[in-house]
Design a protein around this ligand. Structure first.
Ligand code: GLA
Length: 382
């Protein structure tokens, strides 16, 4: 569905529920991370881009200090008083939008009540950052409705704070950055320590290629504790190496100095994926998109063997894709479920067929395939 069609649909739902038109509709995209997984909270580098799918928020101000939020996906409604709102006060899906209002008010911004209807064309739990897209759509909606003049990078931090403190997931800065700062035809090179960003041209179609997303159907939730465990392991690995964060180590071989073999593997993944992000950005700068293939392959192997967060459907999809002609393939996102990306020749059908056949042979439900053109970041649509 196009963004415009999704915006019309959510505006219609707003009218159905509330009997009047919203003041506006705002869209925030999901993201695919080209490379650099679990590097963001280690102060390293990432290279995500915004998708053409995302979350829309139809919104209007209200004067009674309440957030009245409906989610078309959850099929649910939450009414949240802004006064006294804080971490632990709201749980489940409503913690994401309410957390954004809380974080904005905590930062001293004059955000008041709002009626919100939220809709999406992004699969949930598919590793494409539907949670960050909710946060970012609500952030730009409230910022515009209440004339909060914060640069996009400030909204990124507020949306992340909502997720860290209100939802309770110790995620990094990547997903909100991709959603709010993404540009069509570009990936976003982000230095998660300095906060510096660079838009790097990324146009697979111009190189006769396409980036295919395989939604493996296995679902993941960052809230299940395994993401937080990996983060703790990385902190312990950095301490063992005597550095503030794994970003401060340039050579993956140094991970071997850690006595605990599990921590050594975790560190080797993070350090080597940081190297791969920098190599990938150089390749994009040189318009050598085919050169990305081996990096994607190596990143998947590292996530599977060293970081141990891939899952059977991801391994089968990545392997089948490469055997059928993908230049490279890897899992994306936090891990334990979600999607795989494959860099394929434009117009390719062999990769899809091979992945589908691999699933059928194991009795798994057919995966969903999504095109993933690098698209614009969050914006007002109506
Ligand atoms: C999730 C988090 C991000 C990042 C990725 C893994 O998407 O929200 O901050 O850590 O996992 O790269």
């Amino acid at each position: 569905m196009s963004g415009a069609a999704l915006a019309r649909r959510v505006a219609g739902r707003f009218r159905d529920w509330h009997g009047s038109a919203p003041e506006g509709v705002w869209h925030a995209p999901g993201r695919v991370n080209l490379i650099g997984e679990h590097t963001d909270y280690n102060s390293g580098w990432v290279l995500p881009f915004a998708l053409d799918r995302g979350v829309v928020a139809a919104a209007a101000r209200r004067g009674d200090g309440l957030l009245d939020i409906r989610s078309e996906q959850a099929g649910d409604r939450a009414t949240v008083p802004l006064a006294g709102l804080g971490p632990g006060g709201v749980t489940g899906w409503a913690a994401y939008p309410a957390g954004v209002a809380w974080a904005m008010r905590e930062a001293g911004h004059p955000v008041g009540g709002a009626t919100l209807v939220i809709d999406s064309d992004l699969p949930q739990g598919a590793g494409l950052s539907s949670s960050a897209a909710i946060e970012c759509a609500v952030a730009i909606a409230l910022a515009e409705l209440y004339q909060v003049r914060v640069p996009r990078t400030g909204l990124v931090r507020l949306a992340r704070r909502a997720e860290n403190e209100m939802v309770g997931v110790p995620s990094g800065i990547m997903d909100q950055s991709a959603s709010l700062l993404g540009e069509a035809g570009h990936a976003l090179l982000l230095d998660c320590r300095s906060g510096e960003t660079a838009a790097v041209p990324f146009d697979p179609a111009a190189a006769g290629l396409a980036l295919l997303v395989v939604d493996t159907g296995a679902r993941h939730a960052l809230t299940d504790g395994r993401y937080a465990l990996r983060r703790q392991e990385c902190e312990r690995a950095a301490r063992a190496l005597g550095v503030p964060s794994l970003r401060d180590v340039a050579d993956p071989a140094r991970a071997a100095a850690i006595g605990d073999p599990v921590l050594a593997r975790r560190a080797r993944h993070v350090i080597s994926d940081d190297c791969r992000v920098c190599a990938a950005a150089d390749l994009l700068g040189a318009h050598d998109l085919a050169g990305l293939g081996p990096l994607l392959h190596a990143s998947h192997a590292s996530l599977r063997d060293d970081f141990e967060i891939s899952w059977p459907q991801a391994d089968v999809a990545a392997e089948a894709a490469e055997r059928a002609g993908a230049l490279g393939a890897r899992m994306v996102g936090g891990g334990f479920g979600g999607s795989v990306i494959a860099l394929v020749p434009a117009g390719d059908t062999a990769v899809r067929a091979a992945v589908a056949a691999g699933y059928a042979a194991r009795g798994w439900p057919e995966p969903a395939f999504l095109a993933a053109p690098p698209s614009a970041g969050a914006r007002r649509l109506l």
